[in-house]
Design a protein around this ligand. Sequence first.
Ligand code: PMV
Length: 328
Amino acid sequence: MSKTVTVKAHTNIALVKYWGKKDPKLMLPQNGSISLTLDHFYTETSVTFDPHATADQVSFNQKVIAPQKAQRIIKFLDLIRERSGETARAIVKTSNHVPTSAGLASSASGFAALAAAGSRAAGLELSLTDLSRLARRGSGSATRSIFGGFVEWHAGSDDASSYAEPIQDPVDWDIQMIAVVLQASKKPISSTAGMQRVVTTSPYYPAWVETANADLVAMRQAIAAHDLAAVGELAETNAMRMHALNLSAKPAFNYFTADTLTAIKAVQDLRANGINCYYTLDAGPNVKIICASSDTGTIKTALQRYFAASQLIVAQPGPGISITETLH
Ligand code: PMV
C-alpha cells in the first residue's frame, strides 16, 4: 500500500532578511531572520513514492516539467530518500497559488510543502522543527514557511541548530501587507548567486551581519509590543541595507525597476501625510507595504494613481503547514 501526502504551505516575507550563506551545502545563513507568513499566497504539493515509476515525475500547475528543469526538486527528493531509506521514485504534483510571475517567494512555500509532503510519504514522521531543518536544504526562506504568524529562523552553526520557530502565532493584532505586484523584467541574478556575490565582494558585508543581529533583537521586542511603527521602520531599514549590499557588490546589481521606485515614493508620501505604512522588498521588483487593515482603503486609493487595482493584493498573517494523507 502506498500513500499520497498533500501539504499546503504559505509563503512568508522577511522583516529581518536572510541574505548570505555561511555554509552553502547545509544552507546555514550568515545571520538569523524574522518573517511574517501570509494567508494569501500558498503552494499545495502532493507526493507519492510509486514502486512502479521509473523516474521522478514533477508536475507544476498540472503540467509535467522536464527533468532537467526539475533538478532542484529531484535533488531534494534524493535527500529524503537518503534519510528514509525509501528507494522508489516519486510522483510530485504541485500547484502555486501565487499570482503568476509575481516573484513572491514561491520557493519558500514550495520547499516547505515539498519537505513535509515528501518526508511523510517516505514514512518519516518528523517534528515541525525537523521539517523546518529539512525545508532549509531546499531554500533558505522555506525554513520559516513551516510555521504561521511571526517566525524566527535561528542561524545556528550546524544542521541541528539552524531551524525556525514561531514567535507569535496567531497574530492577534492589526498588521498586514499589501503586495504591489510589478512587471518583472528577467531577474538580473538569482538569489543564490546574488547572496554569494555580496558575501564575497561587498566591503559592507560585516556591517550587514552586525546590524541584522541588532535588528533581530529590536524586531522581537517590536512584535511583542504590537508596535506597527517599530516593526515597519525596522523592516524598511533592514530591507534597504540588504539592497545596499547589492549596490556595493562587484559587479553591482539590483532588483529595482522604475515602478519599484514609484511605489517606494508613494509609501513615503503616504507616511508624510500621517499614514502609518512602510515598505520592504526581496530579490525582485515587488514592493510589500506593511500597514494596518484600517488604512487599506487610503493606501490602495493612493497607489491606484500609478498602478491597477489588480496589482495590489492584500494579505493577512497566515497559518503554518497543513497536512492531509490518503492511503491507496
Ligand atoms: O532562500 P531564498 O533563495 O528564497 O532567499 C530569499 C532571500 C530573501 O527573500 C531576499 C530574504 C528572506 O529572508 O526571505
